[in-house]
Design a protein around this ligand. Structure first.
Ligand code: ADP
Ligand code: 5SP
Length: 481
């Protein structure tokens, strides 16, 4: 039976799965860490990919490969195929002023109509404007602009400084829709918006269809495997989960993401919802926070405990943390657009000054950010029939249980796994099959967390208290200068 590989080059690590193309059965997997930071040379991603592939037993026997990846990161290439400067990642907020300028120039409604989203600092077009203003010598050298997954796919096809064919760059609809210069509604690039950011035109990766081959692998001895077009990580996760309309995914990775499959493109002039495309030919409106699982990492660090103990502590305290609220803007925030904000605890009393309260308020704070995102999606027409929790943070028992009270609904927790890498593998199998639909792969082992009566009765008051606290935050010292 042929094998396929799926790769997830995400913010904190690279993960590889090798699966049977027909059944989706897991054959082997591997992972490797990425360095910390919001500015990373793409060579570090390549090195991690090579290590993760080695850990997964190599790619010699696979018939197709696809790459899912963190969205938006700016990979600027010169004429010789060299990377012009380290990539600015989706969670690098230095382009916040450029985002505000660009939004003001056209107006939020025009941006939403043109490209489905109002650009915030995460979007590639704002990073290009920052580059043009702050490092004009680098901007002048830019001959092509790619995203993390486009660049890795290009490298897997054997390109790079030794074979710098910029015209061979490929991407897909889902990741192109996070650039700020591609329209999910028309399926066309807006080179005028690219020029508005960068100051001049550049080669952009050709946008492949959902199951179109992006070329052939040139990695080690394997020169015959097909390359899939890849996808942005959220669209890859949707494919890995087999999401259909009515499914909402809450992903708690480095980012917090609420996403839902839709048959129509979204265009939200308020900027809360990004109107992205998915990896199957449909659309994937989503709302993203900068503060996902790292809020849990920070709370565990403050308390000097590991994740398991953090969860135990959190679950000693009732829903609503007796009024203690964390506004979790530890990295600034993207939804709402507050790139310079810092985090704040509100409602501290002698009674709430306990490790348990701090733990539960931290878990609830990150979930409130996602609940606000879901509310914005619902206002635009999303119908959440089933809510699933994925990403590293979903491994926490406290996240699972607190989610029922913050969201006021039951949640599904799919069996712990690498759904972005799985989605990339499923895309690879789809490309290999040449069929009109992706292969149906069975998924088992979901757990259901039902909302208890006392959880549900706390929801409205908690949401209201969070909404009051949400606006009472200080900017980070020195931020925005
Ligand atoms: N059991 C756990 N409880 C809470 N957080 C966890 C747990 N396991 C992993 N994490 C957190 O999940 C994050 C990594 O999740 P992942 O989805 O792989 O992120 P990304 O895709 O952004 O690289 C890390 O911040 C890590 O600390
Ligand atoms: O910016 C977005 C989507 O718009 C993020 O979802 C990134 O794509 C990073 O994802 P993770 O590494 O947190 O999974």
């Amino acid at each position: 039976m042929p094998l396929v590989a799926g790769i997830d080059s995400s913010t904190q690590s690279c993960k590889v799965v090798v699966r049977e193309a027909d059944t989706g059965a897991l054959v082997r997997d591997g992972r490797a860490s990425h360095p910390e930071g919001t500015e990373i040379h793409p060579d570090r991603w390549w090195e991690a990919l090579v290590s993760a592939v080695d850990a997964a037993g190599g790619l010699d026997d696979v018939a197709a490969v696809a790459v899912g990846g963190q969205q938006h990161g700016l990979v600027a290439l010169d004429e010789s195929g060299a990377v012009v400067r380290p990539a600015l990642l989706w969670n690098d907020t230095r382009s916040a002023r450029a985002a505000a300028e660009l939004t003001e120039e056209l107006g939020p409604r025009a941006w939403a109509e043109a490209v489905g989203s109002v650009p915030v600092a995460s979007f590639t077009v704002t990073k290009l404007r920052w580059l043009a203003e702050a490092e004009p010598h680098h901007a002048a050298r830019v001959a092509a602009v790619a995203l993390p997954h486009d660049w890795l796919t290009w490298r897997l096809a054997g390109h790079g400084p030794d074979d710098p064919d910029l015209e061979a760059l490929r991407t897909d609809r889902s990741d192109a829709s996070g650039t700020g210069y591609w329209s999910p509604a028309t399926g066309e690039y807006r080179h005028d918006l690219l020029v508005r950011g960068l100051g001049h035109d550049a080669v952009l990766p050709r946008v492949c269809g959902p199951a179109e081959s992006a070329g052939t692998l040139a990695y080690g001895p394997n020169r015959h495997a097909l390359l899939g077009p890849g996808a942005g990580d959220n669209a890859a996760a949707a494919l890995g989960l087999g999401m259909v309309e009515g499914d909402v995914a809450l992903s708690i990775g480095t980012s917090g993401v609420v996403s839902a499959v839709s048959a129509t493109p979204a265009a939200d002039p308020s900027g809360s919802v990004a109107g992205f495309a998915d990896a199957t030919g449909e659309f994937l409106p989503l709302a993203v926070t900068l503060n996902g699982a790292r809020v849990l990492d920070a709370a565990a660090r403050i308390l000097g405990v590991d994740h398991a103990r953090l969860a135990e502590l959190a679950l000693t305290v009732p829903p609503g943390s007796d009024g203690l609220v964390l506004v979790p803007y530890l990295e600034g925030e993207r939804t709402p657009n507050r790139p310079h904000a810092s985090g704040s605890f509100h409602g501290l009393t002698l009674a709430t000054s306990t490790p348990g309260h701090l733990a539960r308020a931290s878990v609830e704070g990150l979930l409130h950010g996602l609940a606000d995102g879901l509310a914005a999606m619902v206002a635009l027409g999303t119908r959440p029939d089933r809510v699933s929790l994925i990403g590293g943070g979903a491994r926490s028992e406290a996240v699972r249980r607190c989610a029922t009270s913050v969201f006021g609904t039951s949640v599904e927790v799919p069996a712990p796994g690498e759904y972005v890498a799985d989605g990339a593998a499923r895309q690879a199998a789809w490309v290999l099959s040449g069929a009109p639909e992706p292969p149906s792969w069975e998924r088992s082992g979901s757990q259901s967390y039902a909302a208890a009566e006392e959880d549900l009765s706390a929801t409205a008051a908690m949401r209201e208290r969070y909404a009051t606290a949400r606006d009472l935050v200080l900017d980070r010292l020195g931020a925005g200068n």
